[in-house]
Design a protein around this ligand. Structure first.
Ligand code: FES
Length: 489
């Protein structure tokens, strides 16, 4: 890296060129000089859409306005961050943004700093300021790309493809965390959830003892049913008996699909339930088959899914999405324990490299004691789960829920003896389903589950820490500590 000398607001500053990528904004921040921003986040590619960071540079004796967040530093560059003209530009930008989102606290604060109490203009109240932070964080950091910018000019907006309910959103909440307004939180077709939302939904949908590590529960045990399935076969038994006893009309389950690993479908016959047994370890969308089941007249439906799928369905339930159209619908959520899921194509290619097998021919997959075990043509193969890191699905690193905390019943193999499933019952609705099932019962090893749940949470916290550290509030607090300020002109 090369050392450069620049001058910002009369302060001589020595800075690195960052291999050619260091910007005026970074240099100013390192020197404790405040430049306001809205669309900038240090962990994301520079975007330059809001122009609030406008500064003036003097180059070859000529003055020019540039955006500090994406203008590279050059040796000898002279920068002014708070002249009267710059203040005028920022005032105009803030006035327009405030006219668009008059109720937004973060904008109000920025505007107040520039002496604007009430904007002179009135624009349609939209909440979204089109800063792009939400979809950039979803794409660049979480890796999911559930939303994106759409249309041009006055019709420009942020949305899912065709405005449909998102099949990709994993309900991690990263978009809502960076959104400077309430816009993202108010969207109905994505599912940004905060820890407060999770708590509120636990209160609304579940009842029992509160366990800080494993969530609300009424009962926790290791179960083995008479039906053969993965581990204790408890998921298969619950669905099977539920349909047999008329407690369920249908179930949404993942089925093996030779071309993409698995797909979700709604089933209502015993043999279909039995065929769907076994964990698939790839994420499938449960919304479309759930809606299909409802539209075909099914009303009591069990949805089996990973923690992210369970969060998605709960968020839709909370906003009344299903009961608005189908007031008598009763949805039972059976959540699976999930540390991470895999991208099928990457998993298939990695399995081919490591074990020389074709995953399309797998009869059974299982994760146990840190090993991924596959049965092909009646023969068992295994490798360490750690060796499959590159095949882990984007976004899993942002999920902090191992045990499907929002499900009516959570089921997994962690914490149980071989041949048993760990079962956590979290609601009366879940209890009702379980009452129909006969099974052997044993104690669980709670500590084993807690340990793995803590590791998953720690991973997610680490990933979120990078996002939180770049939020304006944090940067502002840091700036105050250094406190080199410029007077408003
Ligand atoms: Fe630089 Fe928005 S253009 S922060």
């Amino acid at each position: 890296m090369t050392k450069l000398k620049i001058k910002i607001d009369g302060h001589e500053i020595e800075t690195d060129d960052g291999g050619g990528s260091a910007t005026i904004l970074e240099a100013a921040r390192l020197a404790g000089i405040h430049i306001p921003t809205l669309c900038h986040h240090p962990s994301l590619e520079a975007y330059g859409s809001c122009r609030l960071c406008t500064v003036q540079i003097v180059k070859n004796g000529r003055k020019k306005f540039v955006t500090a967040c994406n203008y590279p530093v050059e040796d000898g560059l002279v920068v002014n961050t708070c002249t009267q003209e710059i203040t005028g530009i920022r005032r105009m930008i803030l006035e327009l943004l405030l006219a668009r989102c008059p109720q937004e606290k973060r904008l109000q604060e920025n505007a107040r700093e520039y002496g604007i109490i009430k904007p002179r203009f009135t624009l349609e109240d939209k909440n979204c300021i089109l800063c792009g932070l939400c979809y950039r964080v979803c794409d660049e950091l979480v890796g999911v790309s559930a939303i994106n910018a759409q249309n041009r000019g006055v019709s420009r907006d942020v949305d899912t493809p065709y405005g449909q309910l998102s099949e990709d959103c994993i309900a991690c909440g990263a978009c809502a965390l960076v959104c400077p307004t309430k816009s993202i939180r108010e969207r109905k077709n994505i599912y940004p959830l905060s820890s407060v939302d999770i708590k509120e939904m636990e209160e609304e949908f579940l009842s029992g003892t509160i366990d800080n590590d494993l969530g609300v529960n009424r009962d926790m045990f290791a179960g083995k049913s008479s039906i053969e399935g993965q581990d204790g076969g408890m998921v298969t038994s619950i669905l099977h008996r539920g349909i047999e006893r008329g407690l369920l009309d249908a179930a949404v389950v993942a089925q093996i699909n030779k071309s993409c690993g698995a797909n979700a479908a709604f089933v209502d016959e015993m043999d279909q339930i039995l065929q769907a047994k076994g964990t698939k370890y790839v994420r499938v969308s449960v919304i479309a088959p759930l809606l299909e089941a409802l539209e075909s007249g099914k009303r009591r439906i069990a949805v089996v899914g990973t923690p992210c799928q369970i969060r998605v369905v709960r968020k839709l339930q909370r906003q009344g999405y299903f009961n608005e159209k189908f007031p008598d619908a009763e949805i039972f959520l059976i959540g699976l324990f999930c540390f991470e899921s895999f991208d099928y194509e990457s998993l298939k290619s990695r399995m081919g490299e490591l074990l020389g097998i074709d995953l399309n021919r797998a009869e059974k997959m299982q994760i146990a004691k840190g090993r991924f075990i596959v049965a092909v043509d009646g023969k068992g193969y295994s490798c360490r789960v750690r060796e499959l890191e590159d095949a882990v699905r984007a976004g899993c690193g942002f999920c902090d829920d191992l045990v499907s905390r929002l499900a009516d019943i959570s089921i997994g193999s962690i914490g149980s003896a071989e041949g048993y499933s760990t079962v956590i019952v979290r609601s009366e609705r879940g209890e009702k389903l379980l009452d129909a099932v006969q099974f052997d019962r044993k104690e669980i090893n709670r500590e084993e589950i807690v340990k793995l749940a803590a590791i998953k949470k720690k991973n997610a916290d680490k990933n979120f820490a990078g996002i939180v550290a770049g939020l304006p509030e944090r940067l502002e607090a840091e700036r105050r500590e250094r406190s080199i300020s410029c007077e408003l002109q």
